[in-house]
Ligand binder design. Structure first.
Ligand code: SF4
Length: 357
């Protein structure tokens, strides 16, 4: 047993912040059971033991047109290719109605970097959607990645654009599209997307406009543990800077099917250990979420490794094109949560943390 494990465990029990060195020691030397137990201690600072919350959610992909060309993406079509689409307002409403009929409470929009769409186009869409649906369903209106792209295309500052979205009734611009937040990763796999400082500048502007946001991560490309820690360390200091305003953290795993990058999938054990490290290291993020979309029932084991919440997804073309399977047999997932020792409790979409204007 590594000499530092007892000292690190004592820090966790005392609620003290872990260093990157501590996290690295845990990753390499702690047993699975020890990691699960310590992550559960951290989880217990925010959530009651033996309970986990869930929400039925769809990712609605309104366009697959994208100019970013990320090599890990099986979803996009370059403008002019066959098979491109951009959903109309009526088509979007038909899809939203279908999700509501399945018990859906939350719709997350996620599309490509469409070169013909402007901030006004998105704002008009969101305004109409809010008028049409009122409080019947909640929306994650877009991701930071899309926000950055369309803001630049519209020749606006992030602050100006965020204010426009706020006035259009936008409540959430999530941290989606983060994958691994290091510039080295971005240069290797999606040089046309953004740089890390740019990502956080955009997210800061969104939060400062009073729009909610979240944190995300995807593991399993070609990144090593140090690169994952660089992502987590930058995220933790940003969450300190914005005084805890990111509502949740979701890590899912790369699906390699039909991608240019290819490769294999992260084994469940590695996913669970990573989830525990995230819970332990991200001591300033209350909600750590497990990914049913990419891990199916195995995601419920994540509740023992620090996660407190999960989605029951009804669709997401981006991950499904790359090999994810979506099942509407929600009872099977909920039964897996119970087998893992947690009573699943349906929740409303997250409220935005205190501190919003
Ligand atoms: S991951 Fe997103 S930004 Fe990258 S190519 Fe796919 S749709 Fe475009």
């Amino acid at each position: 047993m590594h000499a530092d494990l007892d000292r690190i465990a004592a820090r966790v029990h005392a609620g003290e912040r872990l260093s990157r060195t501590d996290a690295t020691t845990l990753w390499h030397h702690a047993s699975d059971d020890d990691l699960a137990d310590l992550a559960s201690v951290s989880r217990g600072r925010f959530h009651p033991p033996g309970k986990a919350t869930w929400v039925v959610m769809a990712i609605l992909n309104y366009t697959n047109v994208c100019v970013a060309r990320c090599d890990y993406c099986a979803f996009y079509k370059f403008p002019g290719e066959s098979g491109t689409y951009l959903l109309s307002f009526e088509e979007i409403c038909r899809r939203v109605d279908g999700v509501i009929a399945l018990g859906g409470q939350l719709i997350g929009f996620n599309g490509g970097f469409h070169p013909d769409l402007s901030v006004d186009d998105y704002c008009n869409l969101f305004r109409r959607l809010h008028e049409h649906y009122g409080e019947r369903v909640a929306f994650y209106e877009m991701t930071i990645a899309e926000f950055m792209f369309v803001t630049k295309r519209s020749h606006m500052s992030y602050a100006e654009s965020a204010q426009r979205f706020k006035e259009a009734g936008t409540r959430w611009i999530t941290g989606g599209g983060a994958e691994i937040l290091t510039d080295a990763f971005r240069l290797r796999h999606s040089p046309g997307k953004y740089r890390v400082e740019d990502y956080y500048d955009a997210q800061r502007a969104v939060l400062d406009a009073g729009i909610g946001s979240t944190a995300t991560m995807v593991i399993g490309f070609d990144e090593d543990f140090e690169e994952r820690m660089e992502h987590l360390e930058r995220l933790r200091s940003f969450q300190d800077e914005v005084r805890g305003r990111l509502a949740s953290f979701l890590c899912w795993t790369y699906k390699p099917g039909n991608t240019e990058l290819g490769g294999g999938e992260v084994p469940t054990r590695e996913y669970l250990r990573h989830l525990a490290i995230c819970r332990l290291f991200l001591d300033n993020i209350v909600n750590i979420r497990a990914s049913v979309l990419t891990r199916n029932e195995d995601a419920m084991l994540g509740l023992r490794f620090g996660a407190n919440d999960f989605d029951l997804p009804t669709e997401d073309e981006v991950t499904q094109k790359a090999g994810a399977t979506v099942s509407l047999d929600f009872d099977r997932i909920l039964a897996a949560a119970r087998r893992a020792g947690f009573e699943p409790v349906q929740r409303q979409p997250f409220a935005r943390p205190a501190g919003y204007p």
